[in-house]
Design a protein around this ligand. Sequence first.
Ligand SMILES: Cc1cc2nc3c(=O)[nH]c(=O)nc-3n(C[C@H](O)[C@H](O)[C@H](O)COP(=O)(O)OP(=O)(O)OC[C@H]3O[C@@H](n4cnc5c(N)ncnc54)[C@H](O)[C@@H]3O)c2cc1C
Length: 410
Amino acid sequence: MTELHLPGSEQYLRSSTPHNPSARQEPSAVVVARSAQDVADAVRVARERGWQVAPQATGHGAAGDIGPGTLLVDLSALSDVAIDPVARTARVGAGAVWSAINSAAAEHGLLGRGGTSSSVGAAGYTFGGGVGWLVRPHGLASGHLTAVDFVDSAGNQRRAADDADDESDRDALWAFRGGDGVGIATGLEFDLVPVSALWSGYLLWDAEQIDAVVTAWARALPDVGPALSSTISVLHAPPIPLFPPELQGRWVVHLALASTRGEEEAAALMTSLESAPPPAVTTWGPSDADRLAMIHLDPPPGTAALGGGRWLGPDAARLAPDILRAALDDGSELLMVEIRHVENSDPALPGAMTSTPGPFLLHAVGAAGEPAQRERLNASLHHLWTVAGPAETGRPPRPSARGSAQPGPH
Ligand SMILES: Cc1cc2nc3c(=O)[nH]c(=O)nc-3n(C[C@H](O)[C@H](O)[C@H](O)COP(=O)(O)OP(=O)(O)OC[C@H]3O[C@@H](n4cnc5c(N)ncnc54)[C@H](O)[C@@H]3O)c2cc1C
């Protein structure tokens, strides 16, 4: 019988304290799954007691909606990673995080389609679409998910695959590909990408240069190589050594870029940026999986943040300076506003969301303190969506987007 960890126990506290502390998690009990059978047992226990089940690998996507009457299934121990270098595929446990997957893949000259933070789990990320540094040449993570082992709502162990005998298992894979899936995944299989000339890095400017820098970035996009993915953001630089002393405590423009085909893919962008003042920091250069994981300057675990996103159409390039400037407005509670260039022609597998609905992804976060601050943050986000409105595609970033202020990538 699966061990239930109850409120007050050390394991309960460990499993129900998510990466993003803006979420409150007060499940009736916690189960730590060490096998698919443990997950199946947990589902049966929850059914017997009339509880809901909440799977969680890292708590990065914690939405603050885990309350009594819920059994939290901690999947972090299902962290196995197996790479097949010949087939160029990975088979990972549902608790595996991108740092482990990509360091194993990199030993064979391969990479997975991980996102900006290497501590994010492959499961929740992929089931939500998964927009990472390889998005322009290689698409969304969801579009390359080939199989999922999962436990259904009756506690049965199943395998979602395109060639499954049972139609419902074929449909389940469709739903796991960007539609948050059905049931609780215990393992995933997906394709990897051969990468031989990885370049990545970031450039920083004081936000006083926002118009010149953002305009130069947007102007260059039609001419950059298809293997270059980039994000441009304004963020409030904390007083940590990652930022030079003159930028600490100030608003900065942060341009992060990654190319799977070397320096040349960014040549048009670098030429365009010559029209802007020189950056205070440049780290653009030859890269590896570890370096790639550092370029987004994500804050450390434990940062309470809420945010949201929008898929944007081509007009976002023209509106980019106005959109990013919204973070600098007096009274704004936003700490970071980012536009990702995600345009691609990747031949994705069919699924709930396996291709990018627009060429740009807007994402914003702010500090999530007391209720009054959350309300002000919601107002700031509302203002941001209004500024970006003319470029909106009308599709939310996740099929299950929850409310206006939700835990976000920061
Ligand atoms: C710092 C940071 C950076 C990020 N960067 C990116 C990015 O670059 N691109 C991007 O697309 N997203 C990004 N995200 C968002 C991230 O993809 C989601 O928060 C995702 O849900 C995290 O997955 P997880 O498994 O780590 O999270 P968890 O908190 O463990 O899970 C989140 C949700 O995923 C689902 N889930 C998790 N495991 C399972 C399972 N085994 N079976 C079924 N459902 C499951 C559940 O609905 C769960 O509530 C980022 C988030 C953070 C905090």
